[in-house]
Structures are given as C-alpha cells and as structure tokens.
Design a protein around this ligand. Structure first.
Ligand code: HEC
Length: 321
C-alpha cells in the first residue's frame, strides 16, 4: 500500500476544494455591502403609500436564488468572470456614468477594499455558502444547477435571439444618439439593444426615428411613446424581427400603423395606450401568438374589439379600462 506524505495529501485535498480558508464568506463579507448600498432598491416588491414598489430593473438582491436569476435583462453574475458580470461592471464604472451603481447620491459607492472583495468573491465562483435569503416570490422552476445560474423564460428568449449575433459597435448607433435617441445594450455583453426617444419625444419625427435603421436587426425594445411617429414610418419595424417590447402609447398611430406589426413574431409587449387604433386595427394582432400583454386603455378600441382579440390571443393580458 502506498502512503502519501501528509503535506502532499493535504495539498491534494485542498486543490479539490476551490474554496479554501481564504475564500470570501458571502454572508459575512458581501451581504452587508449589498444591504447597505443596494438592497433598498433591489428587493422584493412592497407597498408604499398605496403603490407597489417593484425592484429596479427587475433585479432582486435579497436572495441567493434571485441574484442567480438576474434582472429582467438576464444574468447579472457569471461565476468566475467578474469582467462579464453586470453586477460587477455597474459598480466599477466611472461614478459620473449614468449606469453607475449605486446611483450617485443615493448610497455610498463601494470602496476600493469592498470592490476587491467583491471581485474575489465572483472570481472564486460567486458562492453563497449557506445563505438563502428571502424566499418570497421564488418561482417554482428555479433550479440551482451548480455553476450555472437559473434563467427565466424571458432570459431564454434573449439568449435565443442573441445566437449567432455579434455585438454592434457603438459607432453604428451614433446616428440615433445624434438624432436624440438613446441606445443601450440589454447587458454589457449582449448584442441586443434597447432604443428610446424619451429625451426628445415630440421632436422625434419620422426622420429622427428612421435613424434606427443602422441597428434595426439588434433592437428588442423600442419605445416610441409620445413621439410624432406616423403610421407610414412604422414600416421600418419589419427590419426588427426580434422586437420583444414596443411602446406606441400616446402617439397618433392608427389602424394603418398596425399593419406593419404583422411579422413581429417575437413581440410580447405592445403598448397602444392613448393611440388612435380601433377594433379594425386590432385584427392585425390576432396572429401574433407570442403577445403576452397589450395595452389599449384610452385608445379607440371598443369592448367588442377587445373581446375578439382576447379570443384570438387567450393567453395574453389585454389591458382595457
Ligand atoms: C437608489 C436606488 C438604487 C440603488 C441604491 C442601487 N440601484 Fe441598481 N438600479 C437602480 C435602477 C433605477 C436601475 C435601472 C436603471 C439602470 O439600469 O441603470 C438599476 C439597475 C441595476 C443593474 C442593471 C440590471 C440590468 O441587468 O439591467 C444592476 C446590475 C444594478 N442595478 C446593481 C446594483 C448594485 C450592485 C447596487 C449596490 C452597489 C445597486 N444597484 C444599488 C437603482 C438602484
């Protein structure tokens, strides 16, 4: 029988256990930072002044399962890769960056020492140890496969839509930002884009909106609410077959505009609040089986048209009155 010298045996055992004695203890060393600087805005929904406050960006940091699941835009931690982790990226940006976390003035930024600890924790596999956190709202399907964060259904969708797509160079959307639009990646490494014209709304004419054609195939969220967009301009949407969310609320869009939505097979959210669409226009939506939510409040649609749409799309939530 061979006998190992004790020191060698110990070294071998240690290499099997990546989290040695100098590993970061999440609950003792990281959780207090989150509690002091993040969780106030990133926790389970709660009531305040008669309104439900939801976690910002859909990201909850008050439970291990929630952090693993990520935000409405996808995973925020890639164990072992701080550089690919949105959670780390956001706290290491320059403090004057719009995306910096915690938002300037709302909580103290992480100190150098805290950043180093945070990085070390992700480097070491982002292990939560025995910490579980708040189980409220935990979906049944969260399976905590080791080393692989659980992903929600919408994250799977974004993953599928990203396949085979390279991340666009910010140079390509200069035309949009110069025209007053805002363009953001869904996450640091995502090729998918979110575009809105909230800073320029009424000045956003068809020409301004047309500037998106340089990035059309990458757009998954498009917010044209309150802009001067016309029905005709919506023909540009056929260049964005990956659109998941489209906001046309408080625009002059009519039934003619909705004919351009027919090929949007990934569309899940459509806001037509305060637009001029009628029952006839809603027929264009009947084959969009991926639709999950349609907002028709203060449009020209009637009870009868809404009923017909509900029959065609039984799983969608049609919000009307
Ligand atoms: C005062 C409220 C507030 C605090 C405190 C705060 N955040 Fe946020 N956070 C937001 C808001 C609002 C957004 C959505 C806007 C955006 O994406 O910048 C957001 C978005 C994020 C996102 C992007 C999620 C995604 O995938 O889109 C991450 C990651 C994040 N926060 C991490 C943190 C971390 C880490 C801390 C603590 C160091 C923190 N936040 C503290 C308000 C806050």
């Amino acid at each position: 029988m061979r006998t190992f010298p004790l020191a060698l045996a110990l070294a071998a055992a240690a290499s099997l256990v990546p989290l040695g004695s100098n590993a970061v203890d999440f609950e003792k060393e990281i959780l207090p930072l989150f509690e002091a600087k993040c969780i106030e805005c990133h926790k389970a929904p709660y009531e305040e002044g008669g309104r439900t406050k939801k976690p910002k960006a859909g990201l909850r940091m008050d439970a291990a399962w929630a952090i693993s699941m990520g935000s409405e835009n996808g995973a925020v931690i890639v164990p072992g890769k701080p550089g690919d982790s949105e959670l780390y990226y956001r706290v290491t940006l320059p403090q004057n960056d719009d995306d910096f976390m915690p938002p300037t003035g709302k909580a103290d930024p992480l100190t150098e020492k805290e950043l180093a600890l945070f990085k070390k924790w992700i480097d070491g596999g982002a292990d939560f140890g025995d910490w579980v956190g708040n189980l409220e709202g935990k979906p049944k399907e969260v399976t905590t496969a080791v080393g692989k964060p659980a992903v929600s259904e919408i994250q799977e969708v974004y993953k599928r839509l990203s396949e085979g797509m390279g991340a666009p160079d910010p140079e390509t959307w200069k035309s949009v930002t110069e025209a007053g639009g805002r363009v953001a990646r869904l996450s640091k490494t995502s090729p998918l884009l979110s575009v809105d014209f909230r800073l320029t709304t009424e000045n956003a004419s068809d020409d301004v909106i047309g500037s998106i054609d340089t990035v059309s195939p990458h757009i998954v969220h498009l917010d044209l609410s309150k802009t001067a967009v016309t029905d005709r301009a919506l023909s540009i949407l056929k260049e964005s077959p990956k659109l998941v969310r489209l906001n046309l609320s408080q625009t002059g869009i009519t039934d003619a505009g909705l004919t351009h939505l027919k090929s949007l097979n990934e569309l899940r959210y459509l806001n037509l609040y305060g637009s001029k669409v009628t029952d006839a226009g809603l027929e264009n939506l009947e084959d969009l089986k991926s639709l999950e939510a349609v907002y028709l409040w203060q449009s020209k649609a009637t009870e009868a048209g809404v009923k017909k749409l509900r029959t065609a799309l039984p799983d969608a939530k049609i919000n009307f009155k």
